[in-house]
Design a protein around this ligand. Sequence first.
Ligand code: NAP
Length: 477
Amino acid sequence: MYRVVRCLVVSRVPYSLGTNRYSTGSSTFATDKPYARVSDYYAGRSVFITGGTGFLGKVIIERLLYNCTEIENIFVLIRPKKGVSTQKRLEEMTNVPLFTKLKQRRPDDLKKIIPVEGDMTAPQLGIKSYDQETLINKVSVVFHSAATVRFADTFKETMDANVGGTRKVLNLSKKIKNIDKFVYISTAYSNSDKLIIDEVLYQPSEKMKEIDKYYEKILMQKYFTDDVPNIYAVSKALCEHIVSTERGSMPLIMVRPSIVTPILKEPLPGWADTWIAATAIYSDMARGVMTIMYGNDKNVCDLVPVDYLCNFIIVAAAQKIPRSDDIPVFNFSSSSVNPITWQRAGDLFLKESKNLGYNSRVPNKVLQTESKLVARTTVFLCQYLPSILKDIGLIITGKKPRYLKDSRRSTLLRELMKPFSTTSWLIKSDNTQALIASLDENDKSIFFCNVADIDWEKYMQTFCLGVKKYLVDGKVK
Ligand SMILES: NC(=O)c1ccc[n+]([C@@H]2O[C@H](COP(=O)([O-])OP(=O)(O)OC[C@H]3O[C@@H](n4cnc5c(N)ncnc54)[C@H](OP(=O)(O)O)[C@@H]3O)[C@@H](O)[C@H]2O)c1
């Protein structure tokens, strides 16, 4: 019933589904496993992961080490950053609470992580030739997760890292002798021009292909990106096209997550190390920094906890691809199986934030509007004016003003998130659900990943507690 209603509501779908797929894969992915358990697939294998220092990457690594005990090595592409060496960055990466449980159980398993110095924007990924040889000879699964996900990055920065970087990772992976799977972590919003997003590959428009060809010379980025939420989405759509058309005979799996949020269950409920998207909006609201957001009380907020997603990525990579020309696409989303609105998720977050003593003066309900005028007036009266007064107080007492700066930051966030908070996408996940259903009970429990099972009321408590503990109080930048 829900799906029927959603299909009627989202009637401005610009494409008819299925006609523009160019995958030869069937829409429901059939599994045919030559091993008993998911962890058996990884036994004796080495994997290469890009983006391993990121939010998703760290959880994939931790889950692989924790649950696939016989995995051989995990090679992680790490760039030296701000004068910090690759080795030091690896230490910092594992020195977060996410890895505590693993360290208590099997500390030596952390030695399986091997850093590979490199950068997505450098020629040949900046990987030294002997490191390239090691990867080519040892690895059999590649998880390509690295991307710049900052919506405010420039056109060139985003295209260089995401599109240029993806081509380079693909080219390196094609040289790997025993490559069994290339897993591309895309985003459900790479196809956000459609309101119903199916688990198929969509043809990029001619305009998108032009961007790929000429982006280094393009100055008028607005012309090329005015019908998509942001440059990031354009770059990810192009990456989907690139990996699917330039992969040669390499077996490819594509996972498209929606909005990724803190851990629900394992290894550490509530853990997150990023302020991105819904996490930033809700925490700003709970702290009283954001007073209103764009949208209405019907818009669906497609949240997925990071542990569910990363378990699914591990499971999906372990599946046998029935035919070499198939490209299984898995949307990892909640909107089609267990939807929640921005309003309800926000209200639950605010309720819990009050229990945790965030800010007693914020309202109990998230305030939403579709009107720019209402948003601007509310922001001026309820955010900017009080911030200016508080800053004057700070200046008088000899302290550095900070409230107006914080308010302005939250205004930018509201604008960047506007396309997402004002649109309800139905992100279909039949392939994902079919794959989860095919797991035996043991794998279903170890690699829990069915978002249909999530109790949002309980999860939003964990979410809020995690944001306070690991981001607000923990001061993760
Ligand atoms: N988070 C979400 O809500 C979400 C939703 C849908 C899809 N995704 C996709 O999931 C993937 C991971 O996202 P995330 O949330 O984990 O992002 P993240 O926390 O920002 O991590 C991004 C990762 O990419 C690496 N990276 C960026 N530019 C690089 C470069 N030039 N060279 C080498 N490494 C580079 C970063 O390395 P440094 O540590 O060196 O910066 C980091 O490891 C991305 O592909 C994203 O598109 C994320």
